[in-house]
Design a protein around this ligand. Structure first.
Ligand code: FAD
Length: 449
């Protein structure tokens, strides 16, 4: 739905003061549409930021390049830090009702001699009490978040072409869209994902390919489970080979998510033929445990994706700041990380709550004071979040490098000593104890329509 162009500042005159400051400011130029807060990208970070702001009584417009919410995609494993955010923003119970709670982990070796050997089994209840793990369909997560926004809050088919400039008395930012529309906003939140044009404009380097690729898929069942009608165990299954690992986890009674990570010096050409993608994935795990292979075979071709794994380490003093003027980054646009800890989306959710809290507090200031106040809010957000996201990005990268090692001696040590004897689940999942807190609307806030 295209945005209505707001060319008259008179609209703001009859709004409640709280809404007025979030809706329309006097236009700087006839053709440009004016907004207070624009979020670029209706992915996990963008939608969660919009919903969080809204809970705090602040409106925002979301620009999404796609014609609709992303319907494809597979699933995201969310840990307890992610569920805390979903609780804070009010969508957790709806998603809990649709997704299985995972009880533990099973780690196996893929080596021919030990194809069915279980290296180790963990129970969350025993070794990480209070942990909450569910694999959530990305589509369901996006839909749940979007359902908390009013009609028209997401402007689809609105692809950002570039940040056209910044300045003026209120320090506003001008955005140019692919279809030629221009939008001037006091605050721009770049949630445009791993290839973010906004991050590029801010001087960030391109994300670094780490030398590993991932296949992901979502198998479909009729509700009785696979394997002769037996439902899948509610466990994350990991299977380790040499420079190759795979896994699967039940999502719901009708969906099982699986993945493969494999080493490759360069990502290579993009494969667009879905049948070829699925074939390549199956070829990688030929001879591996049959339950994994069966899940992969039960996956529709259009539910298989292949992605190069990338990250960007926010080295202090080297990485640009997370904000520039009234523009700030969140989620993968700021800190793409490899999926080895299952924390990319969880951190994007955390960003959303922390940033929304800071922006909502700043939204009270008027005129040019609001610009200064937003700027300080963004810097505080960065100070608060850098300590969280930089170490996690680095740790995810190091874990990936270790588990993808193909050296036979290293793999033997991993299968014979490290996994069976040394891994401790509680300390390994320590990072999921992070609590971003609640989102309490100020007592004086009038509810938004
Ligand atoms: C293989 C793999 C497995 C993963 N598994 C997990 C997991 O188990 N758990 C977990 O927590 N995380 C996981 N992640 C990470 C997770 O997918 C990301 O961290 C998360 O999707 C980031 O959300 P985001 O909103 O920042 O970006 P995205 O979800 O990529 O959303 C970006 C949005 O911006 C839009 N957009 C982009 N450019 C423009 C533009 N120019 N104009 C307008 N709109 C634009 C896009 O269309 C999209 O809707 C995994 C990642 C990979 C690669």
């Amino acid at each position: 739905m295209p945005l209505a162009t707001t060319t008259s500042s008179s609209i703001s005159s009859y709004l409640h003061p709280r809404r007025r400051r979030n809706a329309v400011v006097a236009p700087r130029c006839e053709a440009a549409q004016r907004e207070e807060i624009v979020i670029v990208g209706a992915g996990v970070a963008g939608l969660a930021t919009a919903v969080s702001l809204r809970r705090l009584g602040v409106g925002a417009t979301v620009l999404e390049q796609g014609a609709a919410l992303r319907a494809g995609g597979t699933s995201l494993t969310l840990f307890k830090n992610g569920w805390r955010v979903l609780d804070a923003i009010g969508v957790a119970d709806e998603l809990r009702a649709k997704h299985l709670r995972i009880q533990g982990m099973k780690m196996r070796s893929a080596s021919a001699a030990a194809a069915t050997d279980v290296l180790r089994e963990f129970s969350f209840e025993e070794e990480a009490p209070g942990q909450e793990v569910r694999a959530v369909e990305r589509r369901a997560l996006l839909e749940a978040l979007a359902s908390r926004l009013p009609p028209g809050a997401i402007s689809f088919s609105s692809k950002l072409r570039r940040v056209a400039g910044q300045g003026g008395p209120d320090g506003a930012t001008e955005l140019e869209l692919e279809d030629g529309r221009r939008i001037v906003a006091r605050v721009v939140v770049g949630c445009d994902g791993v290839n973010s044009p906004i991050a590029r404009w801010m001087g960030f380097s391109e994300p670094r390919y780490v030398g590993h690729m991932a296949f992901r898929g979502l198998a479909r069942y009729d509700g009785d489970g696979a394997g002769g009608g037996q439902p899948f165990e509610a466990k994350v299954n990991y299977i380790y080979g040499r420079g190759l690992r795979a896994g699967f986890v039940p999502v719901s009674a009708t969906r099982v998510y699986w993945f493969i990570c494999f080493n490759r010096p360069t990502p290579g050409p993009k494969i667009t033929d879905p049948a070829a993608l699925k074939r390549e994935a199956l070829d990688l795990v030929r001879g591996w445990p049959e339950d994994l292979v069966a899940v992969m075979r039960d996956t529709p071709e259009d539910a298989v994706v292949r992605t190069p794994l990338v990250d960007r380490w926010l080295w202090p003093g080297l990485a640009p700041a997370a904000s520039r003027g009234g523009v700030v980054l969140a989620g993968d646009a700021w800190h793409p990380m490899t999926p080895n800890l299952g924390q990319g989306a969880c951190c994007a959710l955390e960003d959303a709550v922390v940033l929304a809290r800071r922006l909502a507090a700043a939204a009270g200031a008027a005129g040019s004071a609001a610009g200064a106040s937003y700027g300080e809010a963004m810097r505080e957000y960065e100070r608060e979040r850098w300590w969280r996201v930089f170490p996690l990005t680095a740790r995810a990268g190091l874990v990936g490098a270790l588990v993808q090692w193909g050296n036979p001696a290293v793999c033997a040590a991993r299968d014979g000593v490290v996994i069976p004897r040394l891994v401790r689940l509680g300390p390994f999942l320590e990072h999921t104890n992070f609590d971003c807190g609640l989102l309490e609307p100020p007592a004086t806030a009038a509810p938004l329509p």
